[in-house]
Design a protein around this ligand. Structure first.
Ligand code: MN
Length: 249
C-alpha cells in the first residue's frame, strides 16, 4: 500500500514525524510520501487555494512542504503534482482532539476528506493532547492492519481520537458517533500597540453532548475513539417533509 501522509500542524510537527517513522517501519506500507503545509494551518477546514499559485519543496526525500492548506497538500499529492500513486490518505497525528463539531473546522479531517478522490477510505488521527504521539502511532498501525477485514465502502473517512496516555494506560477502542460541543468561548477583544482593535477567536466550547456512544465519552473513559464519517450533508428527514411544503410556495 502506498500512503500519502498529511496533516494541518505543518510538516515539522512532532505528530506527523512520529507517524511517518512508524509507517515507514510498517511492512504493510510500500511507499510513504509526506505532503504537508509549510506552517501550522489548523482549523483550515476544506479550503483550497485558488487565487495564488502553490509552491512545493521536497525538504528531504519523500517529504514535501507546501505553502497551502491541508486540502491543497492532499490535492497536489494525489492529483498530478508528483509521480506517486497513493492507495490511501492518512492525516495526522494532530496535536489536539478533533471530536464532535471540531470535524467541521478541522484541517486534519479535511486532509483525509480530500482523499475521497481515491475512492478509498481515508484516516484522520488526532491525539487528545500533545505528549504521547507514540500511543497514537501504535493504534494507527493496529487500525491499518485490520482495514482489509472491514472492506469499507469508497469515500468513507475514519476519524480516530486517541487519549493522551502511555500505551499501557489505553483501555481499548470504541466505535463512536460524533458528540457536540457548546458554542465556543466569546471572541476576545483587545487593542494592538497602535491602539487599533483586534479580535481573537475564543477557545472551543466544552462538550455539550458527551453521552455514552460519543467520541467525547470514549476518550474521557480512556478508549481510542473511531468514528466513521461520510460527506453527504443532506438532511434526508427534512427533505421528505419539504416535498409537500414546496408545493405550497
Ligand atoms: Mn492541528
Amino acid at each position: 500500500m502506498n500512503i500519502l501522509l498529511s496533516n494541518d500542524d505543518g510538516y515539522l510537527a512532532p505528530g506527523i514525524r512520529t507517524l511517518a517513522a512508524a509507517l515507514r517501519q510498517w511492512q504493510g506500507a510500500r511507499q510513504v510520501v509526506v505532503m504537508a503545509p509549510d506552517r501550522n494551518r489548523s482549523a483550515a477546514s476544506n479550503a483550497l487555494t485558488l487565487s495564488n499559485p502553490l509552491r512545493m519543496q521536497e525538504v528531504e526525500p519523500g517529504v514535501f512542504s507546501v505553502n497551502g492548506t491541508p486540502t491543497d497538500c492532499v490535492h497536489l499529492g494525489i492529483n498530478g503534482a508528483i509521480d506517486f500513486q497513493a492507495d490511501m490518505v492518512i492525516s495526522g497525528i494532530n496535536a489536539g482532539a478533533n471530536m464532535g463539531d471540531d470535524v467541521l473546522y478541522s484541517g486534519t479531517v479535511a486532509a483525509a476528506t480530500e482523499g475521497r478522490f481515491l475512492g478509498k477510505p481515508s484516516l484522520a488521527v488526532s491525539l487528545v493532547g500533545d505528549t504521547y504521539f507514540d500511543t497514537a502511532a501504535h493504534w494507527t498501525l493496529r487500525i491499518l492492519q485490520g482495514l482489509d477485514e472491514l472492506a469499507l465502502e469508497a469515500s468513507t473517512i475514519l476519524n480516530v481520537n486517541v487519549p493522551d496516555r502511555p500505551l499501557e494506560a489505553i483501555r481499548g477502542i470504541r466505535v463512536t458517533r460524533l458528540g457536540r460541543r457548546h458554542r465556543s468561548e466569546p471572541v476576545v477583544c483587545d487593542r494592538d500597540p497602535r491602539g487599533l482593535p483586534i479580535y481573537w477567536i475564543g477557545p472551543a466550547g466544552a462538550a455539550a453532548d458527551d453521552a455514552e456512544g460519543t467520541d467525547f465519552h470514549a476518550v474521557a473513559a480512556g478508549y481510542v475513539s473511531i468514528t466513521p464519517l461520510q460527506i453527504d450533508l443532506t438532511h434526508y428527514r427534512l427533505k421528505e417533509r419539504m416535498q409537500s411544503w414546496v408545493q405550497m410556495l
